[in-house]
Structures are given as structure tokens and as C-alpha cells.
Write a protein that binds this ligand. Structure first.
Ligand code: SF4
Ligand code: SF4
Length: 314
């Protein structure tokens, strides 16, 4: 495993970050034991970096992992916009992982300078917690080129977690080229960069080698967060990163895994999920939600809005 210092943060992270969304209730919903089995495999192969969010409900898995490896680097995200919501989400994270500090705390799903302005009070709260040593670095996660550009210009933002993959899938306001340029600009401003959705949330598993070659060849990232649900996926990703290839058997296994968004027949057509999807991938037709799978990045966020539990990523 290769390790890099995440920008100017003084935090050393593995080239692969374990994206924990995929093991939790919004996606595969593995039991604590099953989820920890996958997570432990990654830790045993040298992965020291875990990504989560207030939304993902994966703190219990991480808490268990920290019992084995207390110095794992943990990154979480929050939709906080003021002091109160910032404090609540940070406390939930610390309590959830069972530690009195967290390595990275990010503002979730930022869109540009205007959304940053709207979350300024929360950001300043997190910066004060950084000064107290409760948070080691602050940052943003985003699907927007404009947010990467805005964060790159700010001296008080340490880390950016942008979407990038060889197809440009999921970039809301620009092309792959524009996102590459924005991330390069942030890199040169000494921001820590860890990429999300290199495999398009699972859509690009069929093009695994192409997707991995692209993201590993992209020179402006310290780490790449990959959502994993199975030990075989962990093995494949670590093998690819360390040797540049994987066995035919692992390659076939990966290409056989399918991730998709399911909308159950009992959808009531209320439209809440449509409003929640930042990718514009959902729409209503014939009284039910429908998905445009070309636009969907399989994040599962829409599922949190459905009172009928009719929508999920499997
Ligand atoms: S939130 Fe649930 S019930 Fe409402 S449209 Fe979406 S899937 Fe259907
Ligand atoms: S449809 Fe749901 S899973 Fe797909 S991008 Fe939108 S919020 Fe994410």
C-alpha cells in the first residue's frame, strides 16, 4: 500500500480510502459482523483511511474497526449550516465512532461559493474545533466544479473530496476536463484531495481496469475513496493499486457484481426522492418515481427521503 500526506494537514492516508456508504443501511445493509469483516480485510491489507457521513449511519462499523486499529484516519461529513447543527453532527460523529477527536470533518454536498456562504457559521464552528484539537482538518465534499474552485481559494479549507471518474459521471455543473482543472488548481493550493465515485458508485465496475487506470493516473489526488461491499472487492482494489493489475478471476467476479437503484411497486409517487436527488436522476411518471440510470451515481441519498421505504440501492 502507498501512503501520502493529505495536503498540508499532516495526516498520512493510504492511496485507497474505504468508502463505508456501501456497507451501511443506505446500500447493502450488512450486519455489524459482516460489515466489519469487509472493513477488517481492508485494514489488514494496509488501508488506514475510512470515509463516512452523518447521513450514512455507518459509525457502528467504524467504532468496531477503531477497537482493532485506534489510529485509523476517519472522515465524516455534515449538512450543518449553523452552530447548533454543527455541534450536533460533530457530537454524533464522536459518540458514534467512540473517540474524542475525528480526523476530517467536511461540509457535505457543497455546490459553490453561495452554498459555502450559507454554511459559513457551521464551517467556522468546525474551524474552532480544529483549533481545540477535536477535528484535525476541515473541508468539503462536492459534485460541483464551482465548489472545488471556491474551496481552493480559501486558506481555511484543508481538504476537498470531489467526484471524478473517466466518464465524468455525476459532475453536475461541468465536464470531466473542467473538474480535472479545478482539482489541479486545488492541489496546487496545497489542499488535501481524496476523490469519490472513481467507479461511478458501481456503474463503472464493467469498465474496472479503464476506471482504475484513469483515476490512478490522475496526478492531483492523494487518495481515492472506493465503496466496497465484499472482501473480493477489497482484494481487487488493493491488488490493482499495488501491482497495476488483477487476476482474471477477480476481474470476472467484479464485472459480475451489479449495483442498481430499485423503486418498489408500492411507491406512492409523492416526489420527495425526486427533490432530494442532486443529480436530477429521478422523475415521476405514471404515478411512480422512475430513475434515469445514466444520471444516477447510486449514492442512495434519495432512499433517506422515502417514508414508504420504496427506494434503495442494492
Ligand atoms: S419518496 Fe418513495 S414513495 Fe415518494 S416518490 Fe420516491 S420512492 Fe415513491
Ligand atoms: S437517484 Fe438516488 S441514488 Fe441515484 S443519484 Fe439520485 S439520490 Fe443518488
Amino acid at each position: 500500500m502507498k501512503y501520502f500526506e493529505l495536503g498540508n494537514t499532516g495526516i498520512t492516508v493510504s492511496r485507497i480510502c474505504f468508502g463505508s456508504l456501501t456497507i451501511g443501511p443506505l446500500q447493502r445493509n450488512l450486519s455489524l459482523e459482516e460489515g466489519c469483516h469487509v472493513l477488517n480485510r481492508a485494514m489488514d491489507l494496509g488501508v488506514n483511511f475510512i470515509d463516512t457521513a452523518d447521513l450514512y449511519q455507518t459509525y457502528p462499523y467504524i467504532r468496531q474497526a477503531l477497537k482493532r486499529k485506534p489510529d485509523l484516519v476517519v472522515s465524516s461529513k455534515s449538512y450543518a449550516y449553523d452552530n447548533k447543527t454543527a455541534q450536533e453532527t460533530l457530537e454524533r460523529a464522536l459518540k458514534g465512532i467512540g473517540r474524542d477527536y475525528i480526523d476530517l470533518f467536511l461540509l457535505h454536498e457543497q455546490e459553490g461559493s453561495l452554498t459555502l456562504k450559507g454554511h459559513e457559521e457551521a464551517l467556522q464552528f468546525f474551524i474552532r474545533q480544529k483549533e481545540k484539537g477535536v477535528i484535525r482538518a476541515v473541508g468539503i465534499s462536492t459534485h460541483f466544479v464551482a465548489a472545488v474552485q471556491a474551496a481552493a481559494k480559501r486558506a481555511d479549507i484543508d481538504v476537498i473530496h470531489p467526484i471524478l471518474n473517466f466518464r465524468g459521471t455525476g459532475i453536475v455543473d461541468g465536464s470531466r476536463k473542467e473538474m480535472e482543472q479545478a482539482v489541479a488548481q486545488a492541489w496546487h493550493a496545497n489542499k488535501g484531495i481524496y476523490i469519490m465515485k472513481a467507479l461511478g458508485g458501481g456503474h463503472l465496475l464493467k469498465n474496472y481496469e479503464q476506471a482504475m487506470n484513469y483515476i490512478l493516473g490522475f496526478p492531483y489526488a492523494h487518495s481515492v475513496a472506493i465503496g466496497m461491499q465484499r472482501v473480493e472487492e477489497v482484494d481487487a482494489n488493493v491488488e490493482y493499486i499495488t501491482s497495476g493489475s488483477i487476476s482474471q478471476k477477480l476481474s470476472s467476479q467484479l464485472k459480475g457484481y451489479k449495483r442498481e437503484l430499485i423503486i418498489e411497486f408500492y411507491c406512492k409517487g409523492c416526489g420527495s426522492c425526486v427533490k432530494r436527488c442532486g443529480q436530477g436522476a429521478l422523475f415521476l411518471k405514471d404515478g411512480r418515481a422512475q430513475v434515469d440510470s445514466e444520471k444516477c451515481v447510486l449514492c442512495g441519498y434519495c432512499g433517506t427521503q422515502c417514508r414508504e421505504l420504496a427506494i434503495k440501492v442494492i
